[in-house]
Design a protein around this ligand. Structure first.
Ligand SMILES: Cc1ncc(COP(=O)(O)OP(=O)(O)O)c(N)n1
Ligand SMILES: Cc1nc(C(=O)O)sc1CCOP(=O)(O)O
Ligand SMILES: [Mg+2]
Length: 201
């Protein structure tokens, strides 16, 4: 499976509406701590927008809702994975991306035959507290060797200036939140990401 090299992660359908129209091809809806009816409405809206613009939508965490809403890609962390019904996910035809942060997590992830493996946090991130030290670029190369031909998503602290190093090290796709959502001009920054990642598309 080929992933788009630019993997946008946002926390609302509003963000998806704002940025996917610019040409984003891979987006994750990552919503935390909202009631189920809101989650369902957000997923529905995100799905409609992504379908209209030919963008692959990935649902973070909420795999049951993703199945119920007819989505086709979920991202799970290791705790999410332990609680998930993989057979149900696969039976519903969902593709699966998995987080990894260390050797043990990589083993667990590979045993689940994921459609991509994410490695983070490559650089320090301000979005969430991480239990692990930043992984660095060498770790990307090591992970790539271990998981090929499964695509590798690099995440954490990424910005445009760091992309060349991340792709040279072996990442298939670069996931990003705050370099775009906290930018003074998220639309311009999104366009810059799309343009910069073009050689890897
Ligand atoms: C592409 C990608 N990689 C990693 C994560 C992190 O997932 P997880 O470890 O489950 O943490 P939360 O995002 O749920 O806080 C991700 N969402 N996407
Ligand atoms: C959601 C997430 N997961 C990570 C992991 O390492 O699993 S790092 C991360 C935050 C990514 O945000 P930013 O691009 O703003 O650093
Ligand atoms: Mg999670």
């Amino acid at each position: 499976m080929k992933l788009d090299p630019f993997y946008l992660i946002v926390d609302s359908a509003d963000w998806i509406e704002r940025l996917v129209r610019l040409g984003v091809r891979l987006v994750q809806l990552r919503i935390k701590d909202r009631p189920e009816d809101i989650l369902q409405a957000e997923i529905r809206r995100a799905k409609t927008i992504c379908a209209a613009y030919g963008c692959q939508l990935v649902i973070n965490d909420y795999w049951q809702l993703a199945i119920e809403e007819g989505c086709d890609f979920v991202h799970l962390g290791q705790e999410d994975l332990a609680a998930a019904d993989l057979a149900a996910l696969r039976a519903a035809g969902l593709k699966l991306g998995l987080s990894t942060h260390d050797e043990n997590e990589l083993e667990t992830a590979l045993a689940a035959s994921p459609d991509y493996v994410a490695l983070g946090s490559v650089y320090p991130t301000i979005l969430k507290h991480m239990k692990w030290s930043p992984q660095g670029l060498e770790r990307i190369t090591e992970w790539k060797k271990r998981i090929a031909p499964i695509p590798l998503v690099a995440i954490g602290g990424l910005n445009i200036e760091r992309l060349q190093g991340v792709f040279n090290a072996g990442a298939s796709s670069a996931a990003v939140v705050t370099d775009i959502t906290l930018n003074a001009n998220p639309e311009a920054r999104t366009r810059a990401w799309i343009e910069f990642t073009e050689p890897w598309r």
